[in-house]
Write a new protein. Structure first.
Length: 374
């Protein structure tokens, strides 16, 4: 049952992520198509509609194949063919991402050629007047992340309460069928420090992501400035709220589940399934937000879809459709051009400093984990 549950969750994750990629072109802003700026009315052009439909069909087929591959990977893992199973599973997860990027690049060239042939050029000024900043909805204040503190303190308190009842050797790793095959001596570090470290690392990642949302350039459509600014504010608030709730759920859940496993209340394999189960509402919520709001709030208000032209065109700053380089833009963060969420301005030193800092923090985290549990 444990193996079946794990296989099912992995396959469901592959399917959900693949389908979200498949329908990404329909979630983007109305003045963008495959990372190319176009007038909103052009979204109804049958040639662009065909490209989006073909992309969705191809990605759906690839997703179906990848989901079947993830099921096969699970079967290999159950049969103790770990090397083959892990390789197949990683392939099943990565192929849809690689295929999506390749298809986006191919269609981006075609849309850019069509844009040139039709003479779709930006007119007027990029500037747009919007409602006063303080009157617009925005992401949650960063102070909401103080909620992580009681979560960590509660984990420490529970760990101290359970510590005396924990065995001298703590289970640390189990095979795909739930059989424990690695242990670590019981210490305060391995029993309590390890889950707390995981919670703190996840909390830091979530807080930095929240800060990026707050610091991101606010998307405004010059053709509908007030409406698009409001839509983006609602999108940012929803995403930051979801990020906070998801972070607390995952960090707190992982810490508590590990402590219960160490104390013998649940088996380590069952703990792994519980952690996968915690990820289910996060995946579902992420997809739901993407469908409801669209990228940068593009699906919030229908009237944003009616403008007849476009005033701003920054295609030259987007390399391969996903990498933004603009030295004249002071913003370090901004909404993605293809996909839901945010990216960085690679021309800003601050963006590179943050990415390097994240890599360094991850290395420190891994080194700390090794020091605690060996």
């Amino acid at each position: 049952m444990l193996a079946i549950a794990t296989i099912g969750m992995l396959s469901a994750t592959t399917l959900s992520a693949g389908l979200l990629l498949a329908f990404t072109p329909y979630l983007m802003r109305r003045n963008e198509c495959f990372a190319v700026t176009i007038p909103a009315f052009a979204q109804n052009d049958p040639r662009l509609a065909y490209l989006k439909k073909r992309y969705a069909v191809i990605m759906t087929i690839i997703t179906a194949i990848s989901t079947i591959a993830s099921l096969a990977a699970g079967a290999f893992l159950v049969a103790n063919e770990e090397a083959l199973g892990v390789t197949l599973l990683c392939t099943a997860l990565l192929v849809p991402i690689a295929a999506s990027f390749a298809l986006m690049l191919c269609n981006r060239q075609k849309v850019a050629a069509l844009k040139h042939a039709e003479g779709w050029q930006a007119k007027g000024s990029h500037a747009a007047a919007v409602t006063a900043e303080e009157d617009l909805p925005r992401a949650l204040p960063l102070t909401w992340n103080l909620l992580y503190i009681p979560v960590v303190l509660a984990t420490i308190a529970l760990g101290l309460a359970l510590y005396p009842s924990m065995p001298d050797m703590l289970p640390m790793h189990a095979d795909f069928e739930g059989n424990v095959n690695d242990y670590a001596p019981k210490t305060l570090g391995s029993a309590i420090g390890f889950p707390v470290l995981i919670e703190v690392f996840l909390a830091v990642c979530m807080v930095v992501s929240h800060w990026m949302i707050l610091r991101s350039k606010r998307h405004t459509d010059p053709g509908a400035p007030a409406t698009s600014a409001l839509a983006y504010g609602l999108f940012a608030r929803a995403e930051s709220t979801f990020l906070l709730v998801s972070g607390i759920l995952l960090s707190g859940g992982i810490g508590i589940v590990f402590l219960l496993s160490s104390a013998g209340f649940i088996q380590l394999g069952q703990a792994a399934v519980a952690i996968f189960a915690l990820c289910v509402p996060v995946v579902i919520g992420s997809i739901a937000l993407s469908v409801i709001y669209g990228q940068a709030g593009s699906r919030v208000f229908k009237k944003m879809q009616a403008d007849e032209g476009f005033l701003a065109d920054d295609d030259e700053h987007w390399k391969l459709g996903i990498f933004y380089f603009n030295k004249e833009d002071a913003s370090a963060f901004l909404p993605k051009r293809f996909g839901v969420g945010w990216t960085v301005n690679f021309a800003r030193p601050a963006a590179w400093a943050i990415m390097i800092g994240f890599v360094a923090a991850t290395l420190v985290f891994l080194a700390s984990v090794f020091a605690l549990v060996g």
